[in-house]
Every structure is written in C-alpha cells, then in structure tokens.
Design a protein around this ligand. Sequence first.
Ligand code: GLU
Length: 378
Amino acid sequence: MAALALSDYRRLVVKVGSSLLIDDAGELNRHWLETLADDIGRLARDGHEILIVSSGAIAIGSSVLGINKARARLEDLQAAAAAGQVQLVHAYQGILGVHGIAAAQVLLTPEDTENRRRFLNARGTLARLLERNVIPIINENDTVATEEIRYGDNDRLAARVAQLVMADALILLSDVDGFYTADPGTNPAAEHIPEVKRITTDMQGMAGETRSDVGSGGMATKVQAARIATHAGCSTVIASGAIDHPISALLSGARHTVFRAEGTPAAARKQWLAGVLEVQGELCVDDGAVSALRNGKSLLPVGVVEVIGNFRRGDVVNIIGPSGEELGRGLAEYSNTEAGRLAGCQSEQIEDKLGYRGRSVMVHRDELVLFDNDSDKS
Ligand code: GLU
C-alpha cells in the first residue's frame, strides 16, 4: 500500500499502547523502545514536533508491586500506575537522551482538556516544551482519576491532546495494523480499509471490541479517537507497532489506515470559537492592536483600552475595534479584573501590576478568530 507521507504533517502525537511496551513477563520491552526512539529522533531531526502519549504505567507497576491486574481494585491499579509511571518516564528519558532529546512528564485528567481555564494552562505548558524541542511524555494522571472522571483509555487521551496542541497528525500504535470491516481476529472475511475520508456511524459498529490483554483500548476506542481528532483538523493513523522501527515501517509502506482530517486544526479551532454562543465580555482595542491582530499576532495588554463585562480566564470575549466594530473573539487569558489592571501596560510591567507573574498575552493568536465579514459569525 502507499507509504504514509509524514512530511505533510508538522506536529505529531504518537500514542504507544501498553501491549507494545510490556512483554509477557510484565517487563519493559527496552529493545523495541530503542527502535521507536530511533524513529522519533529521525522525525525530530526532520523538523517535526512530537508528543508521545504512552500507556504502560499500570502494566509495569503491577509487576513491580506484584498486583494481579485481573483481580485488582481501583486503588491497587492507581498504586501500580504511580509505581510504574516513574519507570516508564525514566525509560523514555534514557532512550531519547541517546538522541540528544530531553523528555518531560505531563500527566493529565479530562478536566485539563475539557475545562477551558485548565486547557489554557496545559496548552501553554505543552507549547513551551515544544518550542524548546523537549518531547512531552503524556499519560493519564491515574493516581487521582476515578472511574467516573477518567479518559479511561489512552486513545481518547491522545485525541484530546492532539486537539489541545492543534496537531496535524495522530499516530495510534498498537497491536492492530488498521481498521477492518469486522474483527480480523474472529472473522476471516474482514477487509482492511486503507483510507477513511469520513467516519460513519456504522463504522463504530464494525470496529467491534478487539481488546488485547495488556492495554485497555480496542478498535472502537480508536475510531472514537479518530472522530475527535479528525473533527479538530488532525489526520489519524492506526498502525501496528508490533515491529521494530514502527514509524520507519509506516514511511516505507507498512499497512495502516489513515482517517483524513476535516480541514486544518486552525480552521477547526476558529470555527468552534466563532460558533460559541456565550460571550462573557469585551476587550476594546486601539488601532495598533487592530493591525497587529490582522497580521496574525496575539493581543497584548498594551493594545487594550477598555475592559467590559465579568469574565474569568478561559471565557470567550469579543474584541472591539476603535469605532465600536466587532473585530473577532477569543479566549481571555485573564479575568476582567486582571485585564482591567493590565490594560494599556507593557508586557514587562505585568508582574508589577498584578503582584504575581502573569502571562504575556491577553488573547493568544491560536485562540482567536477575526471576523472578516458578518457571515463568519454564524
Ligand atoms: N493510563 C494507563 C497506563 O498507563 C493506560 C490506559 C490505556 O491502556 O489506554 O497504564
């Protein structure tokens, strides 16, 4: 089949399933991980920004603590995750270090991607790590997540991360080499689908439940993840990681399924912002800010002349030009009280004005949509 053209994608999220990382004895499969690191090193040298969402903490921790996963209670699994996570990240740090790449641990809960205030924090931190060429190693914060508030599987977490960082592609590496019309494990007539342009509802049914012993995601969770990511403008690839150098293999034509993104990540984010019904306030800006915004820059405190309404960090606010025209809208990085204190001030004065270290922008350019004409608002 046609090789995957990764050169089309700049920011990539690679999800690594537990069944690839952990061998039958519950030990970390270090050799395989080294081959993955070779691939990641190559991608980084080619100018890609990479985030890794890795499972495996519970599986490693269960063997460290002698816990039988099948009979364990939630607290046991959480303890296993805590013990396993440290080893997991240590392993990534070691194998990426060989390629001169630093790793950072990021643990998330659904609140962090679904609550807009926390979303801004997570996004800001991840963006800064990528700017510094550090690879975030991301997992669910299993220690504090409870059954009702968990992503539950890292396929969904990886899709949310892809949406958060506006990734161009999400690669789900597991023990299956793509999407089939039925479960290929039980149905010999199952056909492999190399490309999906639009996810239909019956595809979810076709996905079946191909669970593996070690991980928690099946094909159904992968299709759900692909749905979240493709809506956010991120193409999603399901590929087998059960071979050495799994990403190089993909680039030389290994079997996979690609779910094509609907538009670009920026267009998806702007469409979402334009459609938000609850706008909590207004930031009135000067001419300098208008031209900066039109040139694709963020809104800085210096360009804000007036703050109207009651809003919190992460709320949607309208941006109003000097003659009262609605220029666009975006997510406020500051509450109305803080924004009022900062209006008109230089970024270097932020700490003095607030009494604590703040963020340099009022609205970040990635969280901003400008209305060229009224039709954009609908
Ligand atoms: N967060 C879990 C772990 O690290 C994995 C969840 C999953 O397998 O999708 O063990």
